[in-house]
Write a protein that binds this ligand. Structure first.
Ligand code: IDP
Ligand code: MG
Length: 151
């Protein structure tokens, strides 16, 4: 089943929104298969955001994601990547719709609360950057048949 990496960024953790953010993904129906609180190193931050290395905001982006602890999650479900990005909202919170995490809790692009992988391929790559195999749990929920039509 498709997997995505979610990060509750430093602003989300500092503002006490971790539980609210996790709640939204759980309520959506996504299954948590990995989760931990970590301090991201500059090395890991630069690897995670490597695609943005040449962008003018790269330095401030690495500063931001390493500025305070984050909560990282591996989530699983049908169309997990697209579903999670819908729940997260547009990159710039000013343009994110009401009802999305960024639209409900954010104002600025450099404080947009949460990361979600942008493709199933990157979901697997990003999860492998943040989790060892032993930290990921394959399991089933008793509610799965009420969330996934076929499994
Ligand atoms: P995404 O997080 O919605 O996938 P990306 O384009 O992949 O957005 O950008 C990664 C992160 O870089 C964003 O979440 C945001 O924190 C930051 N970012 C993107 N564009 C800008 C910008 O123009 N100024 C400052 N930060 C930016
Ligand atoms: Mg992105």
């Amino acid at each position: 089943m498709e997997r995505t990496l979610i990060i509750v960024k430093p602003d989300g953790v500092q503002r006490g929104l971790t539980g609210e953010i996790i709640r939204r993904f759980e309520a959506r129906g996504l299954r948590i298969v990995g989760m931990k609180l970590i301090q991201v190193s500059r090395e890991l931050a630069e690897k995670h955001y490597d695609i943005h290395r040449e962008r003018p905001f790269f330095g401030s982006l690495v500063d931001y994601i390493t500025s305070s602890p984050v909560v990282v999650m591996a989530l699983e479900g049908t169309n997990a990547v697209e579903a999670a990005r819908g729940t997260i909202g547009a990159t710039n919170p000013a343009k994110a719709g009401a009802g999305t995490i960024r639209g409900d809790f954010g104002l600025e692009i450099g404080r947009n609360l949460v990361h979600g992988s942008d493709s199933p391929e990157n979901g697997l790559i990003e999860i492998a950057n943040f989790f060892t195999d032993a930290e990921l749990v394959s399991w089933g929920r008793d509610t799965d048949r009420w969330i996934f039509e076929t499994k």
